[in-house]
Every structure is written in structure tokens, then in C-alpha cells.
Design a protein around this ligand. Structure first.
Ligand SMILES: [Zn+2]
Length: 268
């Protein structure tokens, strides 16, 4: 049996956005079977949501969305009733591993649709407080200092590469679709590959460069399609199918393969 405690229930005024969304953060401490777990839950009341929906996005992060007609109490009860399910699901997720180990075991980086996926060598040598990167034909070396900062520096190196190369990957996709993003931003979003704002800003996760090439392109096409359809309606999927055949099945593949990528470098 698992015990579930609600700790750190934040009751500040909820964040309000244009479509009357409000969110609350809840930390679930699940104690049991020699396997204590902490799961961060974002509980979101949404004008767009038709029914209650609980998803575990990472081993330690769940998202619960529920429609406006439901109360916060009902939503929290729903969360509570699904504690065993959350716990079980959480154990199915890949264990977080470091980026250093991932690259050592063959993890690759792809910088654009026109480039090959390259192996990555992490070089611990220089006395440096910033990572530096060398691009070779079939390899990328990320030079970092040894010690505590190593993992953070590898991640910083990855972000740097993404900031440098993702904008031209987007441009490549823009030319093929005739759609144009206003701005491109690169971030380290916890569970999202990308998003698109009403102003046309496309935000992309730096981890896209860790995906196989076709999946990386898929994320970019997906966000560009949102410039015309700000939802996941049938129209949206039709638009996206024009750029990526079998978009829905590619999307499922992304969810599946993305789990490992999202768990990387979160070992602390
Ligand atoms: Zn979308």
C-alpha cells in the first residue's frame, strides 16, 4: 500500500491567463514499498478542457487538467484516488541518467534536417568555467571541466548548440511550409517540446537536437502548423499531415522516445 501526503499545498492566488486558466502546484510524497517517491503535480483548471485528465509526463511530474464546471476539491480528490496508478506509472519511466553517461553510451546530436546525427564526445580537460564545442565531420566534442560542474556544463553546451542551430532548422521548415514564425526562442522546458504563442513566437526545447532527425523536424513542423491553428483540432492535423505524412503516429513515437530524452541530465 502506498501512503500519499499532500505537502506544500500552495494556496496563493491562482495564475490567471486569457482563457481563464488557473493552476496550482501540489507535491505528492508517496511513501511505500521501500520506494519513496516525490511527484510534482500541476493541477490546471482550463476553459478548454472538456473532462478531467491526468497524465504523468515524467517519472516525477504529473499534469492534471479539469473543466471549469468542476471544483478544486473534486480535482484534488481525483488526484488522490489515482495515487496507486501514478505510482505504478512512475516506475515504468526510464530512470534519470546523466548526459555524460548518455553520450558515452552512444547518444547522438543532430543539428538540422540537412545534417547527420553525430556522436558526441565529452572531453574533460581544460580549466574552464564555460563549455566550448568543436564540430567535426561526424563528431561533436564538448569540452568541460571535471568535477561538480561537469553535468551542468554539458547541458549548457547542448543549449548553446541548440541556440546556434535550431533557428536555421526552423528557417528550413518555414521555406517548405510557407509559414513564418515571429520569433524563435530556445529553452529547457520540463516536459514540452515546443509551444507557439498568439503573437507567433515559437518556443523550442533545446533537447530537440537530441532527438532522431525526423522527430526533430516533426516538432518544428508541429509548432509552425500552430501558427495557423492554435489547437489540436482536425484542421490542425490536416495541416500538419501536409508537411509530415502520418503525423499522428509520428507524434506517438515522439511521446514514446521523448521520455528518455526528457529524463536526461536531471539526476540530482
Ligand atoms: Zn501542439
Amino acid at each position: 500500500m502506498h501512503l500519499l501526503k499532500f505537502v506544500n499545498l500552495k494556496n496563493q492566488p491562482h495564475r490567471q491567463t486569457h482563457n481563464l486558466e488557473a493552476t496550482k502546484s501540489i507535491v505528492l510524497d508517496i511513501v511505500g514499498a521501500g520506494n519513496p517517491q516525490r511527484i510534482f503535480c500541476e493541477v490546471r483548471k482550463s476553459a478548454r478542457s472538456r473532462r478531467i485528465n491526468l497524465k504523468l509526463k515524467r517519472a516525477d511530474f504529473a499534469l492534471l487538467t479539469f473543466p471549469r464546471r468542476m471544483s478544486w476539491q473534486m480535482a484534488e480528490k481525483f488526484l488522490h484516488d489515482h495515487k496507486d496508478w501514478l505510482c505504478r506509472k512512475s516506475l515504468e519511466f526510464p530512470k534519470p541518467i546523466s548526459l555524460a553517461k548518455y553520450f558515452l553510451e552512444g547518444g547522438r546530436i543532430c543539428l538540422s534536417h540537412q545534417m547527420i546525427e553525430r556522436e558526441v564526445k565529452v572531453v574533460e580537460s581544460v580549466e574552464t568555467d564555460r563549455p566550448w564545442i568543436r564540430l567535426e565531420n561526424d563528431r561533436i566534442s564538448i569540452h568541460v571541466s571535471a568535477g561538480d560542474q561537469k553535468e551542468a556544463m554539458i547541458k549548457e553546451g547542448g543549449r548553446k548548440l541548440a541556440s546556434q542551430f535550431l533557428p536555421s532548422w526552423v528557417q528550413w521548415a518555414e521555406e517548405r511550409t510557407g509559414l513564418k514564425a515571429g520569433r524563435v526562442r530556445i529553452g529547457d522546458q520540463a516536459t514540452r517540446w515546443g509551444s507557439c504563442s498568439h503573437r507567433g513566437t515559437v518556443s523550442l526545447n533545446w533537447r530537440i537536437i537530441l532527438l532522431p532527425r525526423d522527430l526533430g523536424s516533426y516538432v518544428i513542423f508541429h509548432e509552425l502548423a500552430h501558427l495557423e491553428q492554435m489547437n489540436h483540432s482536425e484542421k490542425f492535423w490536416q495541416k500538419l499531415e501536409g508537411f509530415v505524412p502520418n503525423a499522428r503516429s509520428v507524434d506517438r513515437k515522439l511521446t514514446k522516445e521523448g521520455k528518455v530524452i526528457f529524463s536526461l541530465g536531471r539526476t540530482e
